[in-house]
Write a protein that binds this ligand. Structure first.
Ligand SMILES: Cc1cc2nc3c(=O)[nH]c(=O)nc-3n(C[C@H](O)[C@H](O)[C@H](O)COP(=O)(O)OP(=O)(O)OC[C@H]3O[C@@H](n4cnc5c(N)ncnc54)[C@H](O)[C@@H]3O)c2cc1C
Length: 491
């Protein structure tokens, strides 16, 4: 019953709304369209053959964990506990609401929630396994070119492609290392396969992706050494078992600028420490204001934040389950895992022809060489959309159909997610949902923000297309409790 089972290589020639991307954002756009415009014929295009929707929930192994407790991961805004209720129905008594459960389970729940909504609303949707490589207006419609060479005509388009990957962190220094020693895509199962038992795996990056990869390597039974290399050499910080209510800030102070916000948070952390509380409440207190702060800061302050403060923000904001970090700390003490600050300054084949010689330059300029059985890119998505290798984004930017935001983090869109072209005009009947909106909506990462963006985009595009405006919100929240059904298909 999961959605990906229904993906087909056949694409209908025409549809009302083409949704590019079958991750959380694309599927939640589909769900909202099904609720408010069930007659609207939608087609979801997904290029990756994933086991469940999107990279986070479909490219993981069975043990990769969510970094948000189950009780807050409901797919419907008016029922944030929906995921935990599903867990209780599916695995009674097995998971607590405050627990970090496997991401693959969330993928299953998401796919089932989509299927149930489509069945209940009797909406028409098709799922096509293909990449959209080009979109351009054709009269009152849009022509989508697929990687397979076929074309599809759509009256409207919702772009929900997630973030494109960054270019390989070794591309400027790679001196012809054979590709079997380099893993560009950490989510490809081959990244952790076939390593010699006593070898060294170098992971470029030390964020949540690296933690996932460490866990995958160890679960596969591999006992070699792991070296994490990142600019600051910092791991994410742990979630607290319990912490107080989020700190109440004066939003105006946070909006003054990056340094003012930093000082306010530091003051709050010190105050919490004096009272014997964990720092987490100081970060959580910022979260409700993030959008207002980001909007209030001029580009120079946003740039300052990205350059100087973002690494600190990221490790505090995107935390890891404590038991995973404890496992890594134990290995650090035993010497089987090392985390070093620096960047790869050269990468060449070792004389034996079976290893890569990796040289890392530390922030102080010292060099350290190591012999790696594999170098795995865990550096995450690109921070510069103009550098993208993604064919669709490249095409949209080149023809001026889309334009980069002022900081180049993503694409410009208005409040309803309407894509803005290079001429500054909004593209009628085209919406953007997801992390590519982070230039203007910094927090476009996690489920709560994405489900809200998807709802706005779907409602507004259905109105613009005149697809109807049935309010099916009640159906949405009821669907968490309803028995599962099959996906309604119109292909
Ligand atoms: C490892 C990891 C763990 C995470 N854990 C959590 C968590 O615990 N809680 C939380 O709230 N958030 C988490 N997140 C954030 C997560 O990214 C969001 O929750 C959400 O899944 C993003 O969904 P999306 O649909 O916007 O993007 P994606 O999941 O990236 O989906 C976009 C999809 O579009 C497809 N696509 C792109 N371009 C095209 C094209 N041209 N044609 C066809 N298909 C295309 C891609 O293949 C992809 O499947 C995590 C993210 C990662 C990477």
């Amino acid at each position: 019953m999961p959605t990906p089972d229904r993906y087909s290589s056949e694409a209908p020639a025409e549809c009302d709304v083409a949704i590019v991307g079958g991750g959380f954002s694309g599927l939640m756009s589909l769900v909202r369209l099904a609720q408010c415009a069930p007659k609207c014929q939608c087609v979801v295009f997904e290029r990756r053959p994933l086991a469940a929707p999107g990279v986070a929930y479909g490219a993981c192994d069975a043990e990769h964990l969510l970094n948000v407790p189950a009780g807050r991961m409901g797919v419907f805004a008016d029922r944030p506990t929906g995921f935990h209720e599903w867990l209780e129905r599916t695995f009674p008594g097995r998971y607590r609401a405050d627990e970090f459960v496997p991401r693959a389970l969330f993928g299953r729940y998401l796919a089932e929630s989509v299927a149930r909504t489509l069945a209940e609303t009797k909406a028409c949707a098709a799922f096509v396994r293909d990449a959209v490589v080009h979109v351009e207006p054709l009269g009152q419609r849009f022509e989508l070119l697929l990687a397979s060479g076929r074309t599809v005509l759509a009256r409207g388009v919702i772009l929900a492609p997630g973030l494109p990957p960054a270019r390989a962190p070794w591309r400027a220094v790679d001196e012809g290392v054979t590709r079997t020693l380099l893993a560009h895509d950490p989510w490809d199962a081959s990244a952790v396969k076939g390593l010699e038992p006593d070898g060294v795996a170098v992971l470029v990056g030390s964020g949540l992706t690296s933690i996932d990869l460490v866990m995958s390597l160890r679960r596969s039974g591999w006992t070699g050494r792991i070296v994490l290399v990142s600019r600051n050499g910092r791991l994410p910080l742990p979630h607290a078992a319990t912490h107080g209510a989020p700190v109440a800030y004066d939003a105006q102070e946070l909006m003054k600028g990056a340094h003012a916000a930093f000082r306010a948070v530091r003051r709050a952390v010190r105050q919490l420490a004096r009272e014997g509380h964990a720092w987490h409440a100081a970060i959580d207190g910022v979260r409700p204001h993030v959008q207002a702060i980001w909007n209030a800061w001029p580009p120079s302050e946003r740039q300052l934040f990205l350059r100087r403060l973002r690494p600190y923000w990221e490790i505090h904001r995107h935390r890891a389950p404590a038991h995973l970090l404890e496992a890594i700390e134990r290995e650090r003490s035993a010497g089987s895992i090392e985390v070093i600050a620096g960047a790869i300054s050269s990468l060449r084949m070792d004389a034996d022809g079976r290893h890569a010689e990796v040289v890392v330059r530390s922030p102080s300029g010292s060099l350290r060489a190591m012999r790696a059985s594999r170098v795995i890119n865990c550096s995450g998505p690109t921070m510069s959309v103009s550098e993208t290798l993604d064919p669709l984004l490249g095409a949209l930017l080149r023809m001026g159909f889309a334009s980069a935001d002022r900081l180049g983090l993503g694409l410009r869109a208005d409040r309803e997610g309407r894509l803005v072209g290079a001429d500054g005009a909004v593209q009628p009947r085209v919406r953007l949902v997801g992390a590519l909106r982070r230039g203007e909506l910094w927090e476009s990462t996690a489920v709560p923000e994405l489900r809200a963006q998807a709802a706005v985009a779907a409602e507004s595009i259905s109105q613009e297309l005149g697809c109807g405006s049935v309010d099916r919100r009640a159906v949405a929240s009821a669907s968490d409790a309803a028995p599962s059904g099959a996906i309604g298909g119109c292909a």
